[in-house]
Design a protein around this ligand. Structure first.
Ligand code: E4P
Length: 223
């Protein structure tokens, strides 16, 4: 499972790349708005940092297919042809996905709350489909199960689309999907930190140091 950072702040993205084995960056309009700057300025800095081959996902704003397609081409022009264009899976979105995928544009179908949306987006040619795990949970359904179902639908129907699960609020949701072998998860920095923040680990490391220093002296290491 690829691990992608769902964020737009460059300093935080750099920190994530320094500490964790991450595979790319996703953004959405709300995440970009938090930076309070021209979105292309922000995105170009991210593109430069992750290099032209790094995986970057950028969402369109328009609600009609014609303008979604225009935005898709503008985003590619500004950020490179390998940028994944995130398109919400509405009826208009599906029309745009079909046309853009046919033209060879990499599509991440987003705002997915149901298995049927994902099935249609996959058949329309999207490279990724992004179910919103935690938002689905908040509607009283089971986001992890929806993401697993989508994975199964693609495998059983020979649809060449990967699940890019999104909207996580805890590490358990991420772990469940890693165990299932879905294609990718896009996760905010605080939840990525949560994947490794364990008091027991800190306690174990501190005990090793105390034992070692007890014999070799304070601040001594293996250097
Ligand atoms: C990804 O495609 C979504 O934009 C994002 O993960 C939504 O996350 P949120 O529910 O935490 O806003």
């Amino acid at each position: 499972m690829k691990l992608i950072v769902d964020y737009a702040n460059l300093e935080k993205i750099k920190e994530m790349y320094m500490y964790y084995p991450v595979d790319g960056v996703t953004t959405n309009p709300s995440i970009l708005a938090k930076e309070k700057r021209n979105p292309y300025e922000v995105l170009k800095e991210i593109r430069e940092f992750i290099s032209k081959d790094g995986e970057l996902h950028v969402q369109v704003i328009s609600k009609d297919a014609e303008n979604m397609i225009k935005e898709a081409y503008k985003i590619r022009e500004e950020l490179g042809d390998n940028t994944y264009i995130k398109i919400p899976v509405t009826k208009e979105g599906l029309k745009a996905i079909k046309i853009l995928a046919h033209d060879g544009v990499n599509i991440t179908a987003t705002a997915i709350y149901t298995q049927m949306q994902a099935y249609l987006a996959g058949k329309a040619g999207a490279k990724y489909a992004a179910p919103y795990v935690n938002r689905i949970d908040n509607l009283g359904s089971n986001g992890v199960k929806v993401a697993k179902d989508i994975h199964d639908i693609y495998v059983k129907n020979n649809i060449d689309t990967q699940v890019l699960a999104a909207s996580f609020k805890n590490s358990q949701q991420v772990l469940e999907l890693a165990k299932y072998g879905i294609g990718a998860a896009t996760v905010s920095p605080d939840v990525i930190d949560g994947l490794i923040k364990l008091d027991a680990v800190e306690c174990a490391v501190d005990a090793f140091i105390r034992d070692f220093e007890g014999v070799c002296g304070q601040d001594k290491t293996m250097i």
